[in-house]
Design a protein around this ligand. Structure first.
Ligand code: BGC
Length: 736
């Protein structure tokens, strides 16, 4: 009979042996690649294949036998999404998944402030950790090609350099928590209409100069641990298994060592998925995790069919091992990392980050005096006004609902009406003015599209009695607005807002229009109103931020991350007929080529209503002359260009100096100018600072399709320093 003592001794010695023999893959001090190889060597074929496809809506399997945990994912990119059911798209109705909604990525881009991008990534990473997520599905860096794209609000604007400058710190901020960023949607997902199959054709130059650089920097500098393939096709092949995009460029040229994840349902073929760069298949069809379903996870392209083909030798084992190595690497970097922090949810610090980003994101588009005797209408001088009328559905609407996968369940939501009531108390009265239906994703048929005349009449009548009107409108997150899976159907403001704004302005000339949207809109009414603010989607702190800026507690410093064309046909993508946008439903050709956004407006001499990089302030800045270190730059050298900027007004403010380079002698057509650097400076009244930009030969390059490389041609260049892409204040000509 065994005594208790001997049992303990046996157990203890078993433990000692186990400790002595701790496998390398479990040893956090062992080099990452050794851990990967060790784990790989212990896995069966079935376990390897299982890792390559989902086991739940937002989970993929580890290896239970080896103690390797599952990977848990969540959308992305503005907050951690509420819990979704294991095997269908319904919400799990949990009570512990309310979070902080951070401003939309368009708003982040409008800050032109990389430090805020890092704070954003970090705060979101902390929320993801608390919610026990390993992979956050974001950020998105698809280039803003047309203002009709329903998903522009999730991206960082029209310029690859600006998007690159912000995506790198966002990723670093997030991943330092042991949470992977999943950069999306790679690539050429520039519209939602027909996103599942539209086949994008474009030149090598447009691909490399416009659509890929932000992804490239996310991989090379941000060291993103995962990337999401997009739904569309590129040059005839689905982007989620695309030889050129994934094997040649991402994993070949850029040396990406992370995981390529499909967009949900983005895989279409076992052989292509096996061979052309896909590592993890998610969301194929919607249900199918149980035996009751017609389509189970075993039926995924990278499941049983893949295993069979491998067993028969029809597909190479080496590509499976490559996928599994990547998945193990991701697992060790996230789920299996023991030294990571615990994270936190909805902390005062997170709200402060959200507010600060919002404060720097809001763009003052217009601020004129109402009459000759007065100064500009903003900031609001409350003492002047007895009755302040707030009009517009977006003053009260929860704009975190709807929009598709980025929708969020927020713990707190400060609406603009809340923010204005906090500031101006009983002076504030409210009228909806228009109505757009309940927040939703899809179901366009039940969204009221007609204009409610009675709501407009009521608001206009109230405006006649008001001393100041604050209109808070824009777009919302319903289908055909700023929403996934569909594009906008009109460039103007919907739900009768243009007429409403015009009538309000006639009834009360003291009117400020505040637009909450992720897209440019047509503004034929702009000349009728003295002040316009572009305030994006600002998340939890929306109302606080809108109040801060309108009242002058915060001096606006946001700059547009994309151009606002005066008319839709002024936009490059809309200048070549349907084949350029939205395509013929099968194919689409990016015929505007490299001339996207301001590159188009500048080169074609079609001024935008509000240009890229533009944004006003409550103070004034004076930018002085440029002084340069030299007139020639060597192919391996640098020169500097310094420009003084002074706050010549009465309040503190921030100005963003933007360096554009113009290639004056080039063998191929180039945009008139391209953004290559920027710096946001904070200045007290009367204060002056000198901003020094270092120009490198890298900044002079374009992509040569013949040489398949970035090259700089000798010749003359011009460095242009401005406060927007059209307000150039200083310049310096130099030779390479
Ligand atoms: C979206 C992705 C998202 C995924 C999971 C897809 O429909 O395009 O951006 O991450 O769903 O929700």
């Amino acid at each position: 009979m065994k005594t208790i003592a001997t049992t303990i001794i046996i157990a203890a010695s078993a433990l000692a042996t186990a400790t002595a023999a701790t496998p390398v893959y479990l040893d956090e001090n062992a080099p990452l690649e050794e851990r990967v190889e060790d784990a790989l060597s212990r896995m069966t074929l079935h376990e390897k294949v299982a890792m390559c496809h989902a086991e739940g809506k937002f989970a993929s399997p580890g290896v239970a036998r080896l103690g390797i945990p599952d990977l848990w994912m969540s959308d992305g990119p503005h907050g951690v999404r509420a819990e979704i059911n294991w095997d269908n798209w319904g919400y799990a109705n949990r009570t512990n998944d309310s979070i902080t909604a951070f401003p939309a990525l368009t708003a982040l881009a409008a800050t032109w402030n990389p430090a805020l991008a890092e704070a954003y990534g970090n705060a979101l990473g902390e929320e993801a950790l608390y919610r026990e997520k390993d992979v956050m599905l974001g950020p998105g860096v698809n280039i803003y090609r047309t203002p009709l794209n329903g998903r522009n609000f999730e991206y960082m604007g029209e310029d690859p350099f600006l998007a690159g400058e912000l995506v790198v710190p966002y990723i670093k901020g997030m991943q330092q928590n042991g949470v992977a960023a999943c950069v999306k949607h790679y690539a050429l997902n520039n519209q939602e209409l027909w996103r599942g199959h539209i086949d994008v054709e474009l030149s090598d130059r447009a691909l490399h100069e416009i659509y890929l650089p932000a992804f490239r920097r996310a991989v090379e500098e941000g060291k993103a641990w995962s990337i999401m393939g997009s739904y569309n096709k590129v040059r005839g092949q689905h982007a989620c298994h695309n030889e050129l995009l994934l094997n040649d460029i991402l994993k070949g040229d850029w040396g990406f060592d992370g995981v390529v994840i499909t967009d949900w349902g983005g895989a279409h073929d076992t052989r292509e998925a096996a061979l052309y760069g896909l590592d993890l298949e998610m969301g194929s069809y919607t249900n199918g995790l149980t035996s009751e379903s017609d389509f189970t996870t075993d039926d995924y392209y990278l499941a049983n069919a893949y295993e069979e083909a491998l067993k028969k030798g029809e597909l190479p084992m080496a590509t499976l091992d490559d996928k599994v190595r990547r998945l193990l690497r991701l697992n060790f970097r996230t789920a299996m990392r023991r030294d990571k922090p615990y994270g936190a949810l909805c902390t005062p610090e997170h709200y402060a980050v959200a507010e600060e980003i919002g404060n720097e994101a809001v763009v003052l588009l217009k601020n004129a005096p109402v009459s000759k005797k007065q100064g500009p209408l903003l900031p609001i001088d409350a003492a002047k006004y007895g009755r302040i009328l707030v009009v517009g559905e977006n003053a009260t609407r929860n704009l975190m609902q709807g929009g598709g996968s980025s929708e969020l369940k927020v713990k707190d939501a400060f609406t603009p009406l809340d923010g204005l009531r906090d500031l101006y108390g009983d002076k504030v009265v409210y009228a909806a003015g228009y109505k757009s239906g309940r927040p939703m994703y899809g179901h366009a048929d039940i969204i009221p599209q007609h204009v409610e005349d009675s709501l407009r009449a009521e608001a206009v009548a109230m405006a006649r009695e008001a001393d100041l009107v604050i209109f808070v409108g824009g777009l919302n997150k319903n289908h055909a607005q700023d929403c996934e899976a569909g594009d906008r159907e009109e460039y103007g403001l919907p739900f009768g807002q243009p007429r409403l704004i015009e009538e309000l302005a006639k009834a009360c000339p003291n009117i400020v229009v505040t637009l909450l949207s992720g897209n440019a809109v047509e503004m034929p009414w702009a000349k009728e109103v003295p002040a316009i603010l572009q305030a994006w989607y600002l998340g939890t702190m929306t109302g606080k931020v809108v109040g801060n800026v309108l009242s002058g507690a915060v001096n606006p410093s946001g700059k547009l991350p994309f151009s606002f064309p005066a008319r839709l046909e002024d936009c490059g993508a809309h200048s070549f007929g349907e084949i350029a946008y939205p395509g013929d439903s099968i194919k689409e050709q990016y015929l505007e080529d490299i001339f996207v956004g301001y590159r188009w407006h500048d080169t074609k001499k079609i001024p935008a209503a509000y240009p890229f990089g533009y944004g006003l302030s409550y103070t004034t800045f004076e930018v002085g002359k440029a002084t340069a270190s030299a007139d020639r730059i060597a192919p391996d050298g640098t020169i500097t260009v310094s420009v003084p900027v002074k706050n010549t007004g009465k309040v503190a403010g921030k100005e963003t100096l933007q360096l554009y380079i113009s290639d004056l002698e080039s063998s191929l057509p180039r945009p008139v100018k391209e953004l290559k650097a920027f710096e946001k400076v904070s200045l007290a009244p009367g204060e002056e600072k000198v901003v020094t930009f270092t120009i490198t030969p890298e900044m002079l390059k374009f992509y040569s399709p013949e040489q398949k490389a970035w090259i700089a041609e000798p010749g003359k260049f011009k460095a242009l320093v401005g406060t927007s892409s059209t307000d150039i204040k200083a310049s310096h000509t130099f030779t390479l």
